[in-house]
Design a protein around this ligand. Structure first.
Ligand SMILES: *Cc1c(COP(=O)(O)O)cnc(C)c1O
Length: 447
């Protein structure tokens, strides 16, 4: 074990140190090289050192260099040094974070990290949380809490009796709601298409004047950080309207919720703390390794209702038994990396991480706009949408930039137009990386 783990560590370090010198996407040869991982399963065991060597030789080149400094695809954070190191240690611990009795340290770190985040993100004191796989499951969990509360208020025990025969409830979403929110609604039996959609502006923000009358059988789903533009819904008037009507407010803040932790960006999400539930990711802007998402619920009992389960052999200790707040039972101890990331950054480090990515995004917009290309969004946070001409030309440039390999950005369609979507989400990206990437994009687009 000793030599094997040292070998793994030195291979991992070599991998990370090599990222700057390789194209962000694997080459065709790297992809083809994965064939040596296949073949039929051997009858006899193979030496673990050989297994690791094969994994590194054939697997490492076929990765996307999203742990590096110039990956701007989707909304993808890297891994902070402390978070990655904690992840390695936690791998050795192999804790089952379901219960305090199965992992005292897992339960404790979740509790501490929860307290820190409630403070950092400006959430109400006493807010509860579940440590889940990502924002999709965080949306699922937050909406399960909402479903519980809204139906309980209508005299219905949805966990016991199900939705069949329950009074109808309304779901109101912005026209730019993220696909994962609709997927979560589908998984909860609330329907992907049964939603009432509210019109949005040119940045994807819900128009308060377009909000239908709400009532106490309604779940209003808002968004902090549109996945294309980075813009957030105007929380103050929207949540105020929901409060007056007694509606539940859920916020999908996969990355945008972290704006609250940076004084320079906090105005983008002003008032978000007045909601009832919030979904976010730690593997995006907090830069912990995959996978890591968080659901927060103002009243922890509403989160506990759908996810607690009783069995004679389960030990449920006060005050916070981790598995009572997540869809999962057995799971890895995600609180370890979240704790380590926050402990290493401190309040200022989190703010600087968020502000730094936003500064890089503004520079991308400025550099590409100066070169004559069209920026389709206002740079609210860390997202930049660029058109290089008509849709076909934009698609062509994005593909060519990806193939050139200095950096990687994806495609999107924003309100009918094709665009390159640049998302700056990694702690590791430097000013120099941004300049190099702008130069590479302009070089490709100019030919
Ligand atoms: C990324 C994202 C999600 C989904 O997050 P996963 O971590 O992929 O599950 C949901 N909503 C928004 C706004 C996002 O940006």
């Amino acid at each position: 074990m000793h030599d094997l783990l040292l070998d793994a560590a030195s291979r991992a370090i070599r991998y990370l140190e090599g990222l700057d010198g390789r194209p962000v996407s694997p080459t065709a040869a790297d992809i083809a090289g994965m064939s040596s991982l296949a073949g039929s399963l051997a009858d006899d065991p193979t030496d673990p050192g050989e297994v690791l060597a094969l994994l590194d030789t054939a697997g490492s080149p076929a990765t996307i260099a999203c742990a590096g400094r110039r990956y701007f695809g989707f909304v993808t954070g890297g891994s902070l040094p402390a978070a990655l190191a904690a992840n390695w240690l936690a791998g050795a611990w192999d804790q089952n974070a379901a219960m305090r009795v199965s992992s005292p340290v897992g339960a404790k770190l979740e509790e501490i990290a929860l307290g820190w985040m409630v403070d950092l993100l400006g959430l109400p004191a006493g807010t509860g949380a579940g440590f889940v796989t990502g924002a999709t499951m965080a949306n699922f969990a937050g909406l399960a809490a909402a479903r519980h509360r809204v139906l309980a208020a209508a005299g219905c025990d949805v966990e016991a009796d199900g939705l069949i025969g329950a009074p109808p409830i309304r779901i109101v979403v912005g026209d730019e709601a993220h696909a994962s929110l609709l997927k979560a609604l589908g998984m909860l039996g609330l329907g992907r298409s049964r939603v009432e959609r509210v019109a949005v502006d040119g940045q994807g923000r819900m128009l308060p004047d377009a909000l239908p009358p709400l009532d106490d059988r309604t779940i209003l789903c808002l968004q902090a950080g549109n996945v294309n533009t980075g813009a957030s819904d105007p929380f103050l008037p929207l949540i105020e309207a929901a409060r007056r009507a007694g509606a539940w407010v859920h916020v999908d803040g996969a990355f945008g919720l972290w704006a609250a932790a940076s004084p320079a960006q906090a105005d983008q999400v002003e008032g978000v703390g007045a909601a009832d539930s919030w979904a976010t990711d730690a593997h995006k802007w907090l830069n912990v390794p995959y996978d890591s998402g968080l659901v927060f619920v103002r009243n922890p009992a509403d989160l506990e209702a759908p996810f607690s389960a009783e069995a004679s052999y389960l030990i449920q200790e006060a005050p916070r038994e981790p598995m009572r707040f997540t869809p999962e039972s057995s799971r890895r101890a995600r609180g370890v990396e979240v704790w380590a990331a926050l402990a290493s950054l401190g309040r200022r480090g989190v703010a600087d991480l968020v502000a730094g990515c936003c500064r890089h995004a503004r520079r991308f917009a400025e550099g590409l706009s100066d070169a004559g290309y069209e920026i389709l969004n206002q740079i609210a946070l860390n997202q930049v949408l660029v058109a290089f001409g008509d849709d076909a030309r934009t698609d062509e440039v994005v593909a060519a930039v990806q193939a050139e390999g200095t950096c990687w950005a994806g495609w999107t369609t924003w309100q009918g137009r094709r665009a390159m979507r640049i998302s700056v989400s990694s702690w590791a990206t430097t000013d120099e990386d941004v300049e190099r990437s702008i130069e590479a994009i302009i070089g490709v687009a100019g030919t």
